[in-house]
Each structure stands twice: as C-alpha cells, then as structure tokens.
Design a protein around this ligand. Structure first.
Ligand SMILES: NC(=O)c1ccc[n+]([C@@H]2O[C@H](COP(=O)([O-])OP(=O)(O)OC[C@H]3O[C@@H](n4cnc5c(N)ncnc54)[C@H](O)[C@@H]3O)[C@@H](O)[C@H]2O)c1
Length: 422
C-alpha cells in the first residue's frame, strides 16, 4: 500500500489529528513496524528512547517501579488501558498498531512529559491547613508535596501556633522533617488560622479576648488568603486537613444542636470557606484536597457528635465544589478517605488504637497504614498525573472500605482465611 493511501485512511480514522501530524505518526510507525514484538519490551525499558518512552509512560504497572515485562500476554493486558486492539495484532497490521500508539501519544505528548512516571510538583505552591505537629495527615501530606518539589505554606490553628512554631524553631521536628534524599522539608511560612471564622466580623468578643488568641492577627480564612496573596501571589494546591467536633464522644442521639453544628462548621464548612477564599488566588489546573473518613457512609460507633455527618457533608460538598471550581478555574477537588492513624486529633477521640487493630485484622491488606501513603496519594492527586480526577473520594485505607463483614468475628473461625499476626 502506498504511503499516501495509508495516510488518507489514517486521517479519516483520526479526524482530530492534522494531516501533517498523521504523516509524522505513520512515518514513525513504519519505522516501528520493523521492530519485532520480542524487541519491543526491551525498547520500552530502555531509557532515553523518546518514542517508546512515551508509550511506557502510560503504563499504569510502571507506577511503583516494579513492573517487569515477562510476556507479550502481560503487556497486552496492560496496553488495554490505552488501546482498543490486542497487542498481538500489532506487527501484523501496522494500522492497528498505530491506533494504540496514537491514543497513548495524544494524551501524553504535552510539555509536562518527563522520562518515567515521577510526581513532579516543582514550581507549585501548596497551602496546607491543619498542621500543628508532626503526627497527623497534614504533616505527611506536606512532606510528600515537598519531596515532589512543591513550596510549602502551612495554616496552623491559632491556639496551637506558639507551641508548633517554637518546636519548629528548636529543631524538635528536624528528624521528621527529613525527606528521602536526606534534606529537610522547608516550610516557607506558617500562618495562624482558625477555619471556623470567615472574616473578622464573625469573631465573637470572647474569642477575641481569649489569651490563646492574644498576639496573633489576621487568622480568619479571608485574612489568611489575603496574606498569602500579598506574600506569595498564588497557590496551586490547597489542602484541608482539619476537623473538630466538640461532642465527638457522644452518640448522635445525645449530641446537642450546638455540638452538631460546631462539628459541621469546623470540619465541613471550613473547606467551603477555604476554597471560596483561596480559589481566586489558585492557578488554573490547581488541586484541592480534603481528608475524610469511612464513618461518613458506614456506622462507626464512637465517632459521634455529628462528626459522621460532617464527613458525609464534606464528601457531598467535594462533588459540588469540583463542579464549581472546575468550571471557574479548572481546579480539581477531591477527598481522601483515610484509614485510622494515631494522630493527636484521633487520640483525643479515644478509641483510635482499637480502630488500628480492627483495620489490621479485617482489611484486605494486613499492614500498618503509614501517613506517608496518604501523603503520596495527595501528591499524586496534586500532579498532572491525576489531571482527569475530580469530585472523587479516594480510599487510602488498606482496602478496609471494601469489606462487607469483619472477618475477625468468631462466626468465621471455621473459614480458612489467610492472616498475619501482629
Ligand atoms: N487520624 C485518623 O484516623 C483519620 C482518619 C481519616 C480521616 N482523618 C482526617 O484527617 C484530617 C487531619 O486529622 P489528623 O487525624 O491527621 O489529626 P491532626 O491533629 O494532625 O489534624 C487536625 C488539625 O486540625 C486543626 N484544627 C482543629 N480545629 C481547627 C480550626 N478551627 N481551624 C484550623 N485548624 C483547626 C488542629 O489544630 C490539627 O492540627 C481530619 O480531617 C481528620 O478527620 C483522620
């Protein structure tokens, strides 16, 4: 078949590509058609071969760096993500082969393309609300974002600010500031924040007079956004890693109206308020992330005081905010449903160790859940790798959310369920 015939057919099939682009692709594919199937996996794993590298970039199995191509069959199954044809037809019919490669290239041939599949947040700036020590998810997220190259700004609850800042200054967090490359996470600035108040007019007199707030200023959400704008201009990533429910230990039927509304104000509306005030200074294609918990959708006795309702609201708001922020600024809004972690806030609830044990005994993955795993997911969600993900609840909980029953129940003792012991 003549080159121009192939080009014509190709252009008809891929009307979204220009004729010159089709021509370039076909020339490239003819070159590739001389490569045998058995050679192809070798080419994929070789660095600095740009055309095959592009193809390798879309391979989800490469994500953890553990991928080993050991058969065409395996390769065919992973290719399926970006293909409409089985891999084994590739060498026989160049056009079918083109189709796979064209799809892959058309997605990833942007200026963001880099060798391998790293999370690269260099040049991005993140504001993380809800960090007051080095034990919680906010700190872990800050570290992962910093490891990926992002600049880190923190929002710290006013009553916890002094102790956090002095601990930072005295080097108390230096060990946990260490990143994988041995450097210390840099924190560009810590802002005092109370996410329960949107602007100074909202702050009641007793709070203004409270000595835990003395000495701090500009800590309402609107003021913090203004200060960040003045200091840094824009941000790319907004993280909401805070929650508070004054009656969390009370069952719902014993929760007061005041306690219930306080839980929603601090744990859900605070996210709306943050996004409302920060969206104007967020760069296009930015990312907003919050932290939720499975109690939003399943009964977790002990997670009371309206906190389960607050998490349900947070997840519902994530969808609506994704629409609004997506349409306004193409900002993506997601929430991570995290498994149990012995943070300061969780310890205050009182039964976190039981929840960690329960998770170990019942989750599909019987391992400790590291805060870093949540941090890395936040980094992924903040990166262009997640450019199509918004309005989602992403579970990082060793799979516990997928279980329909607790397998540590004596009812299952006769079943031969594989298990590890602590
Ligand atoms: N620890 C868990 O098991 C777990 C599980 C799933 C989800 N989460 C969620 O993760 C997020 C972070 O919590 P964590 O468990 O890492 O604990 P944490 O103690 O590290 O974080 C909670 C933070 O919220 C801050 N905060 C409370 N009220 C505030 C306010 N009005 N304004 C500003 N900051 C305020 C606290 O100072 C604290 O820094 C929360 O949304 C929590 O619900 C935690």
């Amino acid at each position: 078949m003549l080159f121009c015939d192939v080009l014509d057919r190709f252009c008809i099939s891929y009307t979204f590509l220009s004729r010159s682009r089709c021509s370039a692709i076909i020339t490239h594919l003819y070159e590739m058609a001389t490569t045998t199937v058995s050679n192809f996996p070798t080419a994929m794993s070789r660095p600095n071969i740009s055309s095959s590298q592009r193809f390798a970039n879309v391979n989800p199995a490469n994500f953890g760096g553990r991928f080993k191509v050991d058969s065409c069959h395996k390769l065919a199954s992973v290719c399926h993500v970006a293909s409409t044809q089985p891999f084994l037809t590739m060498t026989a019919a160049a056009v079918k082969y083109e189709k796979i490669r064209t799809n892959a290239m058309s997605v990833f041939s942007s200026e963001n393309e880099v060798p391998g599949l790293p999370i690269d947040l260099k040049g991005k700036r993140a504001f993380i609300a809800g960090v007051a020590d080095d034990n919680g998810y906010g700190w872990a997220i800050a570290k992962s974002l910093a490891a990926a190259g992002a600049e880190i700004l923190l929002g710290t609850w006013v009553p916890a600010l002094n102790i956090f800042e002095s601990s930072l200054r005295r080097g108390k967090f230096d060990e946990s500031r260490k990143l994988k490359d041995g450097s210390l996470m840099e924190i560009a600035k810590v802002y005092p924040l109370d996410a329960v108040y949107d602007n100074p007019e909202d702050v009641p007199e007793d709070v203004k007079a409270n000595k835990r707030y003395a000495g701090a200023s500009n800590w309402t959400v609107q003021e913090v956004a203004e200060c960040v704008k003045k200091d840094f201009g824009n941000i790319d990533i907004l993280v909401h890693s805070l929650a508070n429910g004054p009656e969390v230990s009370k069952p719902l039927t014993e929760t007061s109206r005041k306690g219930y509304l306080a839980a929603l104000s601090a744990s859900s509306y605070s996210y709306i308020s943050l996004l409302k005030h920060f969206l104007p200074i967020m760069n296009r294609d930015g990312s907003a992330i919050s932290l939720t918990y499975i109690a939003s959708e399943r009964i977790i006795p002990g997670y009371g005081g309206g906190m389960s309702s607050a998490k349900a609201a947070l997840e519902s708001d994530t969808r609506v905010l994704a629409f609004e922020a997506g349409r306004k600024k193409r900002v993506r809004v997601n929430t991570i449903s995290a498994g149990p972690l012995g943070s300061r806030a969780a310890k205050a609830i009182g039964f976190i160790d039981m929840m960690i044990d329960y998770s170990f005994s019942n989750a599909p993955l019987q391992k400790e859940l590291h805060a870093e795993e949540v941090g890395n997911t936040a980094a992924f969600l903040s990166s262009y790798l997640a450019s199509g993900i918004t309005g989602s609840v992403i579970y990082v909980d060793n799979g516990l959310n997928a279980m329909g029953v607790g397998v540590d129940s004596p009812i299952f003792k006769e079943l031969d369920i594989p298990k590890e012991h602590h």
